[in-house]
Design a binder for this molecule. Sequence first.
Ligand code: GLV
Length: 322
Amino acid sequence: MSKILITYQIPEAGEEKLRGAGHDVTVHEGSALIEPAALAAALKEYDGILTLLTEKLGADELAEAGDQLKVIANYSVGYDNIDVPAATAKGITVTNTPGVLNDAVAEHAIALLVSLARRVVEADQFTRDGKYEGWRPQLLMGTSLTGKTLGIVGLGRIGSEVAKRAKNGFGMKIAYNDLKPNTDFEAETEATYYENLDDMLPEMDAISVHVPLLDATHHLINADRLATMKESALLVNTSRGPVIDEDALVMALQNDVIRGAALDVFEDEPKLKPGLAELPNVIITPHIASGTIETRSAMAELAADNIIAVLAGEKPPTPVTK
Ligand code: GLV
């Protein structure tokens, strides 16, 4: 029996699996996130830790981990909060939860895109505010998505699901930028590959961002790139906040450089950059793209499966550690 810490209450399925496998499971209590000092202490005490994407485990923290710690299972697909080489150097396997959240995140990206194009949030507020005085020919006009081009920045599992939904559900044309082309995807979606992001951005009616946060993707969408986009362009981000220079985005939106943005992630989460929330052409949701009952449960089970496998000396289903 190994000692496992779950650093925050997650759907029960995960905890049940771990207990079912005979482990001694502790769940960090309460609505507050675990304190860094308590997490540091846990690194010396537990054999496996199930972490949240908000918990930073850098080289300094991991250097202090005890020899007993064998696995850190991050409860997310992104793992930019963990220094994986530092964990590997300590013999700790890091895992994440890819795959099970593709559909949910893609659905949310599409929800944001449609809401932005059709001004759903603005219109809802307008109606609630008692401003609706009857049908008018040009009231709160949005833009159509049908026939427009959506540019996917980062054609991974999630980006390709967004593209398929945009094409099959809304009749959008698809373009994508990634390190290399994907011919199967192109055959399925008739998508156009852009090797260079700078060539793609000026051509797009909408952009959906799906790259992981790396040094190379930090502020990938910056003031210079925003300036090359169409004035009518819509920007959606369900990846990681720092991929977009949020100050530059606020300025671009204030100056009508692009038409609108919908963000599920922020540069200094949970804080928003000054001015962002005041903009009518912005939709903001609190990092809930994978937040469906089905998906968050599946993520809990996958994280538990990863822990169980590593502690049994087996290869985990979704390791990040090579
Ligand atoms: C959520 O942002 C995730 O990375 O799973």
